[in-house]
Design a protein around this ligand. Sequence first.
Ligand code: SF4
Length: 267
Amino acid sequence: MGIYDFYRRGPRVAEIAAVAEPDDQSTLQELREEMPARKSVIAKVANENILPVLTPHAEQAVSDPIAALKLIREDLGDCTRCKLHKQGRKQIVFGVGNPRADLMFVGEGPGADEDTQGEPFVGRAGQLLNNMIKAMGIRREDVYIANVVKCRPPGNRTPERDECETCSPFLMRQIAVVKPKVVVALGAVSAKNLLAINAPMSELRGRFYDFVPAGARSSDPSWQGTKLAVTYHPAFLLRDPRQKGEAWKDLQMVMKYLGLTPPKSGT
Ligand code: SF4
């Protein structure tokens, strides 16, 4: 499978190209549109996502994020905490990437490819996410990628509330260890679980939220949380490529905050 990069056609026109499927290529023309700069809105999320009592975890005493993430993985073990453990998962998909990343992407849960390979976002949606990351002027290895639930829901169904509630504390701990400057929630399931608010994507997107991972504490007392932005899940963008321009606007907002510059065409 070939992979197409994101393209830029001058300073104000952007395209998000899809993975190499004929149908996807035909949508490239649709993606060309003017991209006025979006005004970033800093919005405070109500303290619903901040638990008053924080449970101490072993990784809080460890300053090295690699060692800290290893402790979280060990704590997770061969997890049987929710029913997804007995619904056909091949393996737990913990997370991947730079443990000191400024940017973290959080999806919903592993799919078939991820379940097989043990790494998040490695299928077609993963290839599109790679293209999105590349278009931001960085590499997949520069970011950290994880999901709300770490085991594949059967038939790629949406993870259920109890599954998300059981598994997401481990994600929160990962976020507290990585201490990214920005978390990008990919899709409504991720956004609603991270923010603990129930709203349509049209309302969730287009702004930054102040985000503190619920129930997790960083080893760095100076770390007071991160910004969180919401965009479409790459799997949704593969189904509805017309929304890629909207996703690119979300990423441009994140790039502006992080001071990232897209690579020049041809690089
Ligand atoms: S989804 Fe999370 S909580 Fe459920 S079994 Fe897998 S690792 Fe454990």
